[in-house]
Ligand binder design. Sequence first.
Ligand code: GBH
Length: 459
Amino acid sequence: MKTALKTAFPENFVWGAATSAYQIEGAWDADGKGPSIWDAFTHEPGRIFEDQNADVACDHYHRWREDVALMRELGLGAYRFSLSWSRILPSGAGVANEKGMAFYDALIDALLEAGVTPWVTLYHWDLPLALQRKGGFLNRDIVEWFGDYAALVAGRFGDRVGHWMTFNEPPVIIGFGHQRGQNAPGLRLAFADCLLGAHHLLLAHGRGVQALRAGARIPARISIAHTSRERIPMEETLEHVEAARRDYFSCRQRNFWDLAWWADPVVFGRYPEEGLKAFAADLPPITDADMALISQPVDFLAYNCYSGWPVRAGAGGAPEDVPGAWGPGNPRGTRPWLSIVPEAPYWAARFQTERYKLPLVFTENGFNNIDFVHHDGGVHDPQRMDCASGYLRSIRRAINEGHPVQGYFHWSLLDNFEWSDGFSERFGLVHVDYRTQKRTPKDSFAWYAGVIRTNGASL
Ligand code: GBH
């Protein structure tokens, strides 16, 4: 009996995979689509690995039928994808582009037909360029631009789509896009301007939630997809666990990676005290009405979880980093930012659900590799399977201990355009040959199909 309990995932656990519009669609100027900040950014020399761009990417815009067939073969329960705002509204506002709308209509219908539930993100980093020219996130009008866009898509797709995320990863949008210039729009603004953009983003989220709720014609579950840096207690003793928790929800970094700065306003309707103090000199005016708009009720926590950083309790229980905890040369992974830390989702789920008292869905987790088609015609990626197995077992542990995790989306369904790393990083369950657009399911694809089929009992 005990063993059965330990291996089971809940009956209605959501098994998914994720992508985003700019990373897979291609067709960057087809059928009336307007340019986004990522089109402009990748077309500037020197921004991206080997000056690559996603003008074509996986050509999903033309090959979506084949990609939905792959999802059906995988037995996928849910597919998380994002809408390209400038495909729907070429200049960001005004009259909708019917061909763009029709593309998503057809995709959604095909998913439902294949038994795959659509989970839709409204904004995965590709702001219409016309709105950037009006100031983008620094212009408070973004709140209404985003609200109108949300109302439009809810009106059109809200009869079939019930799962929505407003924004993907605010820290990347503001921290990478506006503070350190590594992502579009490539700005390096003062901290105060970044805080203003961050505040506008949260206000836009709130207006978006209102519009999605108002437009829903089937029950709607709405959230915003966060990410941050998981803190892993060096040892599972009370003092190290509390040090990790304290560090996880601390709020003093001026780089937007502190989760509490983003999640507390949404759930509690207030910014964390520690951040208000630490950032006091740079804060924009913040009113009660602002906080009321930001804290529209959300239905679950959406969270992208990749890696983790060890923490221990120092003097007086104060959290301390543990540099080199995992040995030299990053034995836990192949990339500096992506150490394989299977404990990460356990602690993320436990700390977040205890603080915010909402169920959590992992809306991204995955592993990058230099995958290639071998002479036997297969793509062999044992590291990806090993990595995802570990993360999923750790999610199961969280569930068994009573922390409500409701789903897991693997990043990604397909190899795709990995932002400033271009096509040099492959995250897919399916290999894409970018010269021929041939899709080859990797070994991990069959592995994940087995996980889904057995509801995780194969793990
Ligand atoms: C997700 O971001 C994104 O939502 C998704 O679009 C992306 O494809 C996926 O991860 C894989 O990267 O330049 O060394 O400082 C996850 C958070 C933030 C992780 C930026 C990589 C670059 C680290 N990402 N980070 S570094």
